[in-house]
Design a protein around this ligand. Structure first.
Ligand code: SF4
Length: 679
């Protein structure tokens, strides 16, 4: 079969083109989609748990058509569809280079370590071919050799722990092929040393770096250039896209190569991730880091003059002072009083800007400066521009807010943030209008059977649509119970009554449950009320890392896990061990969150109805995700509970009910007992 032409309309620019060969156009494989997925086909002969899934074949056909016709596609495929194979097979057949972007690491690992080797074996049983695929993580997962070598020349390590980590990394650097920190199991997640030597882009010298040829990022990029399938996550994808956009698609911007198509799996997360990369964020930590990096580098190069020391001292002091003046508050909150703040503290803002200017010109004036000094000058200027935008911009499509987070060693990190209120116009212009084919898929994209909400939020105007039939028999596999008698979850009486009902339900299900909450406070309150009251082992989010808790849940008979939002998605527990998912209330986003509040305000101001256009659909997607934890295979069976009966009593409740899979529904506790064989 004919292959498609070279990537003439492709969107991405290559950054190491001179040293890389274009990907050769591979021929489409000889096996048709039907011959692959249908009974008696390749999949049935090679997959031990093969079942014919109509939805899987339909999805593969839709993806193939989109790739061939260079169109966008949005497709909802429920759990059990086998959607990764449904897009991988047409991608391989297309002969195009395709980027696959996922929301979670689990899915990236499944694609790279399970699905692709499986397909390689299935398509080339005698080793007559190979799939060229690579797995790219965010740059901060990789070691920067230059920084490590600089540290070796002049170690600036604090404490015994850092010295120990440094030794382990230095030994590993000599043998690792990838520079991926995942190989260093002993390095703690929050290692402060790693943060000083990772390969983040803002500190990278690019082709001018003395370690460029042996750089792990260069190597990763080279591998990507030689691959047909490039697996990334949404964070890396949008970080790359925003860098390219800022650099106006300069040939050396970004690390992802040209691609004929992008498949966004777990596509329901795109709006949030895109919003964070098309925004601006300046923190007190960034000032401190810049000063530290300049100081260390100039000291090493014996260039730290008295005037430069003075410039650094002044910048440090000005930054500390300025961030201390910002409005007080915990967590995330809107910075609505920017104008008043500037009226009162304009001098301090100007003082900080002048300190940046002073450092910038000191750096410029250095004679015969090493390459990294140009990078420091660029970072200084970037801070100046971004700070100016954060304090003075009148952009109506941006919400300005502040976030305070506790760091290690009692450090308080203060972030000044600007986030686009509506990412749709940005994504439309710099992604969907330029990309020849984007496929957006997830188990949760449609609301009431329609994609209007997703398309509006993402600016995806022209796309084919498909909601695939489920492979599961939801009506017999799951019972959905809503207690009609509990008080409204917004009332103070709710928690005590809800805890009582949870206890009763867990007795019926013999534990084996996730109890999922919309807030930590509610989770802790209910957990405390039930502690000592249940005869089953109780696990609480926060008591151990997420993966360890999940492992314990899988291994502990009758366990009950109390958790919040991070367990609503990307968690897969098959079998009887998880027989019940209880959700405390309809998961509306916190209305006081600055980004949510700004989106609501903007929709209402434009004459829309934010509640129905934004808050309800967003909550529907989240609820579908949460309930999606229960039925993970054809053999799973269990109970879903929503303790919030507004789903029955309020008019908007219908939207939720109509969006959920066709579970058998009840409001009668007796039917729950019968479902579990209790008469
Ligand atoms: S090219 Fe960039 S990431 Fe690579 S070693 Fe040099 S500075 Fe580090």
């Amino acid at each position: 079969m004919a292959s498609t032409g070279p990537h003439t309309n492709a969107y991405y620019s290559d950054s190491v083109a001179p040293t890389s060969q274009p990907v050769p156009e591979t021929k489409k494989r000889d096996v048709s989609l039907y011959q692959f997925f249908a009974p008696g086909g390749v999949l049935s002969r090679t997959h031990p748990a093969y079942e014919f899934r109509r939805g899987q074949l339909q999805m593969a056909q839709a993806v193939e058509q989109a790739l061939e016709e260079k169109r966008h596609l949005i497709v909802e495929a429920g759990t059990g569809t086998g959607k990764t194979l449904a897009y991988l097979v047409p991608v391989i057949r297309s002969g195009k280079r395709v980027i696959i972007s996922t929301g979670t690491k689990n899915l990236q690992e499944q694609l790279f370590h399970k699905d692709i080797p499986f397909l390689e074996q299935a398509l080339f049983p005698n080793g007559e071919g190979k799939l060229k695929a690579c797995y790219m993580k965010g740059r901060n997962n990789y070691l920067c050799r230059k920084k490590l070598y600089d540290l070796t020349d002049q170690p600036v390590l604090s404490g015994l722990e850092e010295i120990e980590h440094y030794r382990a990394i230095a030994t590993w650097e000599k043998v690792t092929q990838t520079g991926d920190r995942a190989e260093l199991a002993s390095l703690p997640e929050a290692s402060a040393l790693w943060h000083k030597i990772d390969a983040r882009s803002d500190t990278c010298l690019g082709q001018k770096c003395s370690a460029w040829d042996r750089c792990f990022i260069t190597e990763m990029h080279r591998k990507a250039m030689e691959s047909d399938i490039i697996i990334v996550n949404h964070h890396l994808f949008f970080a790359d896209l925003s860098i390219k956009q800022q650099a106006e698609y300069a040939p050396d911007a970004g690390i992802l190569p040209e691609a004929g198509a992008v498949i966004f799996d777990e596509g329901h997360e795109l709006e949030d991730v895109a919003g964070s990369y098309f925004g601006v964020s300046v923190s007190n930590g960034r000032f401190e880091e810049l000063c530290r990096d300049v100081e260390v580098s100039l000291q090493r190069n014996h260039m730290l003059s008295a005037s430069l020391s003075g410039a650094l001292k002044s910048l440090r002091e000005r930054a500390i002072f300025f961030f201390a003046l910002l409005p007080q508050g915990d967590g995330r909150f809107a910075f609505e009083s920017r104008r008043e703040f500037m009226e009162e503290n304009g001098d301090e803002f100007l003082g900080l800007q002048q300190a940046l200017t002073r450092l910038g010109s000191e750096l410029e004036n250095l004679a015969s400066k090493p390459e990294e000094v140009f990078n420091f000058a660029r970072r200084t200027q970037e801070l100046q521009v971004q700070l100016g935008f954060l304090m003075e911009s009148e952009d109506r499509n941006t919400v300005f807010w502040i976030e305070r987070r506790r760091g290690g060693r009692d450090k308080l990190n203060v972030f000044l943030q600007a986030t686009p209120i509506d990412v749709a116009p940005i994504l439309k212009t710099c992604l969907f209008d330029k990309l020849e084919c984007a496929v957006l898929t997830s188990a949760t994209l449609a609301v009431g059977g329609s994609f209007d909400y997703m398309r509006q939020r993402l600016g995806l105007e022209h796309a084919r649509e498909s909601v695939l039939p489920s492979h599961f028999d939801y009506e017999n596999q799951a019972l959905f119970y809503v207690p009609p008698d509990l008080p409204d979850p917004r009332t103070p009486q709710f928690t005590a009554k809800a805890a009582d009902r949870i206890r009763r339900l867990l007795e019926i299900t013999r534990g084996r449950a996730f109890v999922l909450f919309t807030s930590y406070a509610q989770m802790n309150d209910v957990y405390q009320r039930l502690l000592g009251e249940l005869e089953f082992p109780m696990l609480l989010q926060g008591d151990a890392p997420k993966t360890a808790l999940l492992e314990e849940f899988r291994l502990t008979p009758h366990a009950v896990l109390f958790a919040t939002s991070s367990f609503w998605q990307g968690v897969d527990v098959q079998g009887e061990q998880l027989s019940c998912v209880i959700i405390d209330r309809l998961p509306f986003a916190v209305p006081s969150d600055p980004v949510v509040a700004a989106r609501v305000k903007s929709l209402d101001a434009d004459g829309g109805n934010a509640f129905f256009q934004y808050q309800v659909p967003a909550a529907v997607i989240t609820l579908k995700q949460g309930f999606g934890r229960l039925i993970r295979s054809l053999h799973d069976r269990g109970l879903l509970v929503l303790l919030d009966n507004r789903i029955l009593k309020k008019q908007y409740g219908r939207v939720f009910v109509e969006s959920l899979p066709p579970y058998r529904r009840t409001t009668d506790l007796k039917q729950v007992e019968q479902f579990f064989g209790i008469e």
